[in-house]
Design a protein around this ligand. Structure first.
Ligand code: SAH
Length: 254
């Protein structure tokens, strides 16, 4: 008997930013796999079982979830934000590709969610209003020199950048190196948005210039959006400024 596997994105943190489709998928599942803080955010019923794990164990978690679904379980793998953005959906696909043939016939669905950069961007204005890219600064799965190359290429091409996984205890210096690199390729006035815990009670959104951007302004719950020289800041006396990237190219970068 083959069961089902649903990979769900719960959004950035507050229940209002979880889609009704995600809430329905969670209500219908019986076994839940995920990084424990993500599982903690769900209000599961007594008949729903938690299988929490640490955040570095994605592939093992995906395999466990697939094995349970193959045995007939109604399984849900949970990610914060969107499950396809630096999260579990790709881990599940990798496990299926390398796994036993029977995993390919599991009833699989992937339910999208509001990813961190969208939640942060909405708080700041419209910094992703023109072409943009997302880069994870984590060196768990790729070397730092590749990250540096992508940052420089994106800056030269005039993309707004959203940095995920910007800093951790294991690599406290790299975010500062990333800002130094950007200062060689972008004007000092480029706005940099630090969006921490968007959508949660401890949310903090702060915009500074590239000159003033410092690694201490970020932690692992922060998504950083780096504008281009086209990105505008509208001061609003007393209120947070509005930051936006105009829809049309103004020739400021690339
Ligand atoms: N799948 C998630 C991203 C997982 S990677 C998503 O789509 O949002 C984890 C990184 O996401 C964190 O280091 C941080 O950079 C970012 N992040 C997740 N939730 C966030 C939030 N509520 N506010 C700001 N950044 C967040």
């Amino acid at each position: 008997m083959t069961g089902s596997l649903v990979v769900v994105g719960t959004g950035p943190g507050n229940p209002e930013q979880m889609t009704p489709e995600a809430a329905a998928a969670i209500a219908a599942a019986e076994d839940f796999f995920g990084y424990f803080p993500y599982l903690d955010r769900l209000s599961l019923r007594h008949d729903q079982r938690r299988h929490a794990s640490d955040n570095r164990e994605e592939l093992a978690r995906a395999r466990e979830a697939l094995a349970m679904a193959a045995a007939g379980g109604k399984v849900c793998v949970v990610s914060g934000g969107d499950p396809g953005v630096f999260a579990m959906a790709a881990a599940v696909c990798e496990a299926i590709e390398a796994g036993p043939a029977e995993w390919r016939s599991i009833d699989l669905s992937i339910v999208p969610g509001v990813t961190a950069m969208l939640a942060v961007a909405a708080r700041a204005g419209a910094p992703l209003g023109h072409d943009f890219c997302a880069i994870s600064l984590s060196t768990n799965l790729k070397p730092w020199n590749v990250i540096e190359k992508r940052i420089v290429a994106a800056a030269k091409a005039g993309f707004v950048m959203a940095f995920y996984n910007p800093i951790s205890k294991a690599r406290p210096h790299q975010l500062g190196e990333a800002f130094d690199l950007l200062r060689h390729h972008l004007p000092p006035s480029v706005p940099v948005i630090f969006g921490r815990a968007a959508g949660r009670p401890d949310e903090m959104i702060r915009t500074v210039t590239l000159t003033d951007a410092a690694p201490e302004m970020a932690d692992m719950a922060t998504c950083i959006i780096v504008g281009t020289s086209d990105t505008r800041v509208i001061e609003r006396g007393g209120k947070e400024p509005l930051v936006y990237s105009p829809r049309s190219y103004r020739g400021g970068s690339a």
